[in-house]
Design a protein around this ligand. Structure first.
Ligand code: GTP
Ligand code: MG
Length: 436
């Protein structure tokens, strides 16, 4: 096979193999759509596709001999440069298929790794993707994928660059070690950031969910940000944390995270574990669901499986059914009635997300107190931490010199403050009498 240039690889042929023993979970049509979206997200142009059925994978080529023969003419006569398969292949299966078609073959894992490589923009994100790609590459080298050198660059292997392809396993392992060290250093820095968050008593609410569910769209609304939200899989790779902008909330930070997908490559989950580990410090997870998706129930399970792997299923979770504008009104009423502990929104519409905000406040602050308090005038440190938390709305001084403040604070935090001698609640009408 001739070597190929990354910029020339554009025309792809999608091979969707419905293997009955593997594809039980998702509805077929939807699984095909998701596969197609992945390919489009990677920047390739689809020049043909075929759905084939077989009972089980075949060891040497994954695809059965009969299916291969049926495909051969169609693919050979077309001008496609790359064949994409909707399963994870072993190195030898890929090699055998490449020999058979005399074309470049990419499996689902490589496709996802490639999308991540093109999307990663932060320093940590890039390191994590490179680590995942090298781990993947090293398993291929162990199995003796000798023709690698002739396939410099190209989709599925972007990111680490050509040099890695020419190196041997020893060099790859050295690079993996180095990347691990760098990542560890970056994560230590994040630990420090986390510590300062704890100290400032801000609560962390993380948005999690299947890719393309609308996490970033909602995040932008909640924090008045303008992160990129797109109808593309894995639009977000790097987690972003911003302060809540709504005065009806207490001190909250929202965090937008990478979306999940069924069969996320293990190398990626491993490499992103440290970033995902941040979820462990969240006080609440908003699990964003595309409620218009016919497979939404399966996807909720998939996301929960990954959350379970990361060890964050013990964190309170609110299911936020998004894209409700796409659901039939009567169906929506029934859903709302049946699942009244969940939230139903359309993140792209302009609204106040009142129900969502109330539920967030209830879970993380056990409800919110808004009203006046009084503090002895030697409690300046408490006053300044209330200011740091953004809790103080108004201030006055009482006739006898006490500090009076109108605050908005979670009931749990308020309980702690009320344990302090000299910190008391004031009724609104007292303020007029007490203040100067
Ligand atoms: N109709 C409709 N579309 C929405 C809604 N919310 C988000 N979208 C669209 O869904 C697509 C994906 O939105 P994102 O916010 O990027 O989704 P995400 O969950 O952040 O996706 P990843 O970062 O890829 O995991 C975009 O095209 C949005 O405009 C909604 O409430 N209704
Ligand atoms: Mg996003």
């Amino acid at each position: 096979m001739n070597s190929v240039d990354v910029n020339e690889i554009k025309k792809a042929f999608l091979l969707f193999i419905n293997v009955e023993s593997l594809n039980k979970k998702t509805k077929l049509e939807n699984a095909f759509d998701e596969f197609e979206s992945l390919v489009v997200s990677s920047g390739l142009i689809i020049h043909g596709s075929k759905c084939l059925k077989q009972t089980a994978p075949v060891i040497n080529t994954f695809i059965t001999k009969g299916n291969l023969e049926n495909l051969k003419n169609q693919i050979l006569q077309s001008d496609v440069e790359i064949i994409i398969i909707n399963h994870e292949l072993s190195a030898s299966q890929t090699r055998n298929l490449e020999k058979f078609f005399n074309k470049r073959v990419i499996d689902k894992t490589e496709l996802i790794l490639d999308i991540f490589a093109t999307r990663a923009s932060s320093h940590i994100g890039k390191l994590q993707v490179e680590l995942a790609q090298l781990k993947h590459l090293s398993t291929r080298l162990i199995r003796g994928w000798t023709h690698l050198e002739r396939q410099k660059g190209g989709i599925g292997l972007r990111g680490p660059g050509e040099t890695q392809l020419e190196t041997d396993r020893r060099l790859i392992n050295k690079r993996i070690k180095r990347l691990n060290q760098r990542l560890e250093k970056s994560h230590k820095q994040r630990e420090v950031n986390r510590y300062s968050r704890k100290k400032s008593r801000n609560k962390l609410v993380a948005l999690v969910g299947y890719t393309n569910a609308g996490k970033t769209t909602l995040f932008n609304k909640l924090t008045e940000s303008s992160q990129l939200a797109e109808d593309k899989l894995f639009a977000t790779l790097d987690s972003v944390t911003r302060k809540n902008k709504d005065p009806k909330h207490g001190p909250i930070l929202f965090s937008d995270t990478v979306g999940f997908i069924s069969d996320l490559p293990t190398q990626l989950v491993e490499s992103f574990k440290a970033t995902l580990d941040e979820l462990k410090t969240a006080d609440l997870l908003l699990h964003i669901v595309d409620s218009h998706d016919v497979d939404y129930k399966i996807k909720i399970k998939e996301v929960n499986n990954i959350l379970n792997d990361i060890g964050v299923m013990n964190i309170p979770q609110i299911i936020v059914n998004n894209k409700c504008d796409l659901i039939d009104a009567s169906k929506l009423d029934i859903l709302k009635f049946k699942k009244n502990e969940q939230v139903f929104i359309s993140a792209q519409d302009d609204n106040e997300f009142k129900d969502l905000r109330a539920k967030i406040n209830n879970v993380i602050f056990n409800g919110v107190y808004q009203g006046w308090i009084s503090m002895e005038n030697n409690m300046g440190n408490i006053r300044s931490s209330l200011f740091d938390m953004g809790c103080v709305k108004e201030e006055k001084v009482s006739k006898c010199g006490k500090m009076l403040a109108k605050i908005k604070i979670g009931n749990d935090e308020l309980d702690e403050l009320l344990d302090l001698k000299g910190f008391e609640l004031c009724a609104d009408e007292d303020i007029l009498l007490k203040s100067i």
